[in-house]
Write a protein that binds this ligand. Structure first.
Ligand code: ADP
Ligand code: AMP
Length: 214
């Protein structure tokens, strides 16, 4: 089963994609994570400049990263695209890619959010530096203060682009360039919406119902 999770920055895409990965034995493909992991390469360095401004990285760069990644054997069991596609050009490139590989999209899940809450979600976000487990200052603190629930690590990091100023640019880019994907997928009958303002477990339940009802 192949899925897309769409939604503005901070909506909970990564949180829900990780849960789906475990619950449904799928591979999470986050273009943001892949670009950050490429920080040491020329492509990664160029991407970081755009990311730090809250702008999108060029379509060709992210399309080729995804094309290469979904060609690997682990993706045959199914994948969740998290943060891709973000433009109509990327969505069209994905359609071609899937057709060539004989793959289908089961569902595009939109995590719907009010903009006002997103800044708080993003500026409070941090992650374990060792394993990447995600936390939030208010909504998800480690069970033991200063210790990662998942791996016991004691160092945490925050993303350079998770600050109020860059969030504004990221939200602007979402509304201008990514929101047009909603009617694009709705017209194909694959779009389903969940309310991202609810608690994490509720959002997970709504997503499960959408997938199983498909
Ligand atoms: P995205 O991948 O869409 O940018 P994340 O999954 O990283 O968003 O979530 C952003 C922040 O909000 C994280 O710190 C996460 O722990 C927290 N979070 C995610 N979903 C919820 C929710 N439903 N309610 C409260 N906080 C949430
Ligand atoms: P994310 O981790 O999904 O919040 O993405 C962080 C940043 O990476 C974004 O603000 C963009 O600069 C860049 N990025 C991630 N995915 C894409 C994409 N599909 N297209 C363009 N830029 C992307």
């Amino acid at each position: 089963m192949n899925l897309i999770i769409l939604g503005p920055p901070g909506a909970g895409k990564g949180t829900q994609a990780k849960r789906l990965e475990e619950a449904r034995d799928l591979v999470q493909l986050s273009t943001g994570d892949m670009l950050r992991a490429a920080a040491g390469t020329a492509v990664g360095k160029k991407a970081k400049a755009a990311m730090d401004r809250g702008e999108f990285v060029e379509d060709e760069v992210v399309v080729s990263i995804i094309e290469e990644r979904i060609g690997l054997s682990d993706c045959q069991r199914g994948f969740i695209l998290d943060g891709f596609p973000r433009t109509l050009a990327q969505a069209k490139a994905l359609d071609e890619m899937l057709e060539q590989k004989g793959l289908k999209l089961r569902k595009v899940i939109e995590i719907h959010m009010d903009d006002g809450v997103l800044t708080e979600r993003i500026t409070g976000r941090f992650a374990c530096a060792a394993c990447g487990e995600g936390y939030h200052d208010k909504y998800r603190r480690p069970r033991v203060e200063g210790t990662c629930d998942a791996c016991g690590g004691s160092e945490f990091s925050r993303r350079d682009d998770d600050n109020e100023e860059v969030v504004k640019a990221r939200l602007g880019a979402y509304h201008a360039q990514t929101a047009p994907l909603l009617p694009y997928y709705r017209a194909r009958g694959v779009l389903g919406e969940v309310d991202g303002m609810n608690e994490v477990d509720d959002v997970t339940r709504q997503i499960s119902q959408l997938i199983d009802g498909a």
